[in-house]
Design a protein. Structure first.
Length: 417
C-alpha cells in the first residue's frame, strides 16, 4: 500500500474520493489497456482523491513511485492466482455463465477483495476499467455510483478474435459472443455513466443496450503531452512497429507482415532497417524475426525515442477493437503511419491525408514503399498527423471527466433526496 499527497487545484468536485478498478497495477505501461487506465486515473486525480485496485504478477509489484502510478493516493495490489487454483476459479466462473475473457479475471476471488476495500473505506464513486472487472458487482453489494470505462466493445472483439483461432477456439465463438453481449448489457444497465473510446464504439454500445441506458460519453485514446517530434536534425530512417505481442491480434498481424508483406517490401528496399519494439516477445517469435533480419527491442522503458527516429510506423492489425493509442502517439511524435483500416478504426483518420491504409499484402507493401520513396508525402502525413494529435492529448480530458463526475454526483444527490 502506498499513500501520496495531492497538490491539485480545487474544483467543484475536489472533495470526492474514487476507487478505480484496473486489470493490472503494473510498474510499466506496456499495453494500450494499461496506458488508458493509468491516464484516466491521472485525469481523475486532477479533481478527486483516487485509490486503485488491480492484479499484480508476483515479483512485479509496483512501488507506487512510478510516474504512471504516482498520482494515486493508495494502491491495493491483488496477486494473480496461478496454477490449479486459477483454472478451478476460472472454470467455475465460466460454468456459471460468464465469458472466457471475464472468467480469467477471477471475479469469484477478486470480488471479495474489492468488497473488503469498500467496507474499510469511504468512496463517493467507483471507476471500472474494462468489461471483465464489471463482473465484480455480481457479488459486491454497494450503492456507490459506478462509471464504466469500455476499452473495446468486447462482444464485437470476441467474434473477430475467436474466429481467427484454432478449431476448438472457433467453436466457442458463438457462446463467447452471446455471453459478452449479456455482460455488456448488464454493465451498461448497472452504471451511472459509461465511457467509450470512439463514436463508433459509443454507437455500438447504444445499439446493444437499445438506447435504454445511462449516458455514454466518448473519451478518446490520446497521447501524453511529452510525445513530441524530435528536435534533432539527424535524418530519420527505418520502419517500426510497436505493441504487446502476448496479445494474439498483435502477434498475428506481425506474422502476416513478415510472411506476406515483407518479401514485397524487400524487393525495393532490401537494406531497410525494420524494428520491432514491445513486450512479451516469446522465444519462437524472436527467432522468426531474427531469421528475417528484423531488429528486436524488448521491454524498452520508453518507446518515444523509437517513434522519433523512424521513417514510418506500420500497424498490420487484422483483428481487434477499440482504437490504437500507438497511432495517436506516432502522430504526436511526428511519425507517419501505414495501417490496415481495422488498425485505424475509431480514430479520426483520413487516408492519404494523415495516414496511409491498405488491407491486402500487396497494397500494404505498396503504401509503405510510397512513403519510403516520397519525401513530399512523408512531410504531408507528418504535418497532418501532428495537427490531429493536438486534439488528442490526455491533459485535455480532465474537464470532460470532471463534468461527467459532477453529473454523476448530482444524480446521486437527487436520487437520495
Amino acid at each position: 500500500m502506498k499513500t501520496a499527497g495531492k497538490d491539485n487545484a480545487p474544483t467543484a468536485v475536489d472533495k470526492i474520493k474514487i476507487l478505480q478498478l484496473v486489470k493490472w497495477l503494473s510498474p510499466s505501461e506496456n499495453t494500450g489497456g494499461k496506458i488508458r487506465s493509468c491516464r484516466i486515473g491521472k485525469a481523475l486525480s486532477s479533481f478527486a482523491v483516487v485509490d486503485a485496485v488491480g492484479f499484480v504478477i508476483p515479483g512485479q509489484e509496483p512501488t507506487g513511485k512510478e510516474d504512471q502510478l504516482s498520482h494515486y493516493n493508495r494502491l491495493y495490489p491483488f496477486p494473480i492466482v496461478r496454477g490449479t487454483r486459477f483454472f478451478r476459479e476460472a472454470f467455475t466462473s465460466f460454468a456459471r455463465g460468464l465469458s472466457l475473457r471475464t472468467a480469467r479475471f477471477l471475479p469469484g476471488v477478486f470480488g471479495p477483495f474489492v468488497e473488503r476495500i469498500l467496507k474499510e473505506n469511504h468512496y463517493d464513486a467507483i471507476q471500472v476499467e474494462e468489461l471483465p472487472l464489471m463482473a465484480v458487482w455480481d457479488s459486491v453489494v454497494s450503492d456507490i455510483p459506478v462509471v464504466f470505462s469500455s476499452h473495446n466493445v468486447e462482444s464485437e472483439l470476441s467474434l473477430r478474435l475467436f474466429r481467427r483461432r484454432n478449431p476448438l477456439i472457433k467453436s466457442l465463438a458463438g457462446v463467447e459472443y452471446r455471453r459478452m453481449v449479456r455482460e455488456e448489457r448488464k454493465a451498461l444497465a448497472r452504471v451511472r455513466a459509461s465511457l467509450a473510446v470512439s463514436e463508433k464504439d459509443r454507437d455500438s454500445l447504444l445499439q446493444l443496450s437499445h438506447d435504454n441506458v445511462s449516458p455514454i460519453h466518448v473519451l478518446p485514446n490520446c497521447a501524453h503531452d511529452r510525445f513530441q517530434p524530435s528536435v534533432s536534425k539527424l535524418p530519420v530512417k527505418g520502419i517500426l512497429t510497436v505493441g504487446s505481442f502476448g496479445w494474439y491480434p498483435n502477434r498475428e498481424g506481425l506474422m502476416w507482415f513478415v510472411d506476406k508483406v515483407l518479401p514485397q517490401l524487400r524487393e525495393k528496399f532490401p537494406e531497410e532497417i525494420i524494428r520491432v519494439v514491445g513486450s512479451e516477445i516469446c522465444p519462437s517469435l524472436c527467432r522468426k524475426l531474427k531469421q528475417h533480419g528484423i531488429d528486436i527491442h524488448a521491454d524498452v522503458p520508453d518507446i518515444l525515442p523509437f517513434l522519433q527516429e523512424a521513417r514510418l510506423l506500420f500497424v498490420p492489425l487484422r483483428i481487434g477493437g477499440g482504437t490504437r493509442i500507438k497511432i495517436v502517439e506516432a502522430w504526436a511524435a511526428g511519425l507517419p503511419v501505414v495501417s490496415t483500416t481495422l488498425g485505424a478504426e475509431g480514430l479520426p483518420y483520413r487516408p492519404g491525408v494523415n495516414i496511409l491504409t491498405a488491407d491486402d499484402e500487396t497494397g500494404f507493401a505498396s503504401e509503405m514503399n510510397r512513403l519510403l520513396e516520397d519525401d513530399n508525402l512523408y512531410r504531408k502525413l507528418r504535418s497532418e498527423g501532428l495537427e490531429e494529435s493536438r486534439k488528442l492529448r490526455w491533459s485535455t480530458m480532465n474537464p470532460l471527466l470532471a463534468e461527467i463526475y459532477r453529473n454523476v454526483m448530482k444524480d446521486r444527490e437527487v436520487a437520495a433526496s
